[in-house]
Design a protein around this ligand. Structure first.
Ligand code: KIV
Length: 295
């Protein structure tokens, strides 16, 4: 939903309807608050949707003010905040306070709470219970869960209760061991499974679907087939939107960063230099000086 003048709605003040219902930030005429209908409008009008993960109020505020359309409080907090190697140990109780911090910090962005492993697989009623917790206790606007056909009943039940669901198919990190590691999905014959999963989540009522680590052409086929918007995480350019894990994108992640990530900053370098400089200043006695001391 970037601010692309050619694609934004006309400034017709005579109709009384919301102008420019998707593009840009509130400051540039976009929606005051992003809603599920803006995702649908964006797909219809060919406006790209942008998303980043966020796990705290500081980044949430920055990304919101930058006009990012949605923030995902992902279970990737497991790797990025909680110090786990995978997302599998993450619990609902871990994500509730993080999601509350993000939802409380934004004015415009749509906040999606990720349902962690073990919180929905047992069936639709378990899934609804988890989704209700996130909605009641955090102020999130939607939930996300992994799986296509296998999660169809869960998605349907949550949507029936009036809670928007963002689906997630292709590579699903919570199934890392079942999938045999970080393996690209939807290659060769695998495209049939991907298309079937995409159809299943749309039929269940998901308002959008994340496609993770699938070939660009397979993602294009899914995007052309579906009425709901597709969001790429390593699924190439032919989707309706793009999502990245913010720590990868900002150069803060330690270790391997996936091929599909373009790094827009080098935060680990910046923080490392600042920490060394400050340590040297303290050790040499040049910090604090009178400017940073009380009389
Ligand atoms: O938890 C997460 O950050 C995610 C995205 C990678 C889609 O699920």
């Amino acid at each position: 939903m970037s601010d692309q003048p050619a694609k934004t709605a006309a400034s017709d003040t005579s109709t009384g309807v919301e102008q420019n219902p998707y593009g840009g930030t509130a400051a540039t005429g976009g929606p005051k608050r992003v809603r599920t209908r803006h995702f649908q409008n964006a797909k219809r009008d060919g406006i790209k949707i942008t998303g980043l993960t966020s796990y705290d109020q500081l980044t949430a505020r920055i990304f919101d003010e930058a006009g990012i359309d949605f923030l995902l409080v992902g279970d990737s907090a497991g790797n990025n905040v909680l110090g786990y190697e995978t997302t599998l140990p993450v619990r609902v109780d871990d994500l509730i306070p993080l999601t509350r911090a993000v939802a409380g910090a934004v004015k415009r962005a749509f906040v999606v709470a990720d349902m962690p492993f073990g919180s929905y697989e047992n069936g639709p009623e378990d899934a609804l219970h988890t989704a209700v917790r996130f909605m009641k206790e955090t102020g999130a606007h939607a939930v996300k869960l992994e799986g296509g056909e296998r999660s169809q009943k869960q998605i349907r039940r949550i949507v029936q209760a009036g809670i928007p669901v963002m689906a997630h198919i292709g590579y699903t990190p919570q199934s890392e061991h079942g999938l045999g590691g970080h393996v690209i999905q939807g290659r060769g014959e695998g495209v049939k499974r991907l298309l079937a999963d995409a159809k299943a989540v749309q039929d269940a009522g998901a308002f959008a679907v994340v496609l993770e680590m699938v070939p660009a052409d397979a993602a294009r086929q899914v995007t052309e087939m579906l009425q709901i918007p597709t969001i790429s995480v390593g699924a190439g350019p032919y989707t309706d939107g793009q999502l990245l894990v913010w720590t990868d994108w900002a150069g803060l992640t330690i270790g391997r960063v996936p091929k599909f990530v373009k790094q827009y900053a080098n935060l680990s370098g910046i923080l490392s230099s600042a920490a060394k400089e400050w340590r040297e200043d303290v050790e040499s006695g040049s910090y604090p000086n009178s400017e940073h001391s009380y009389e």
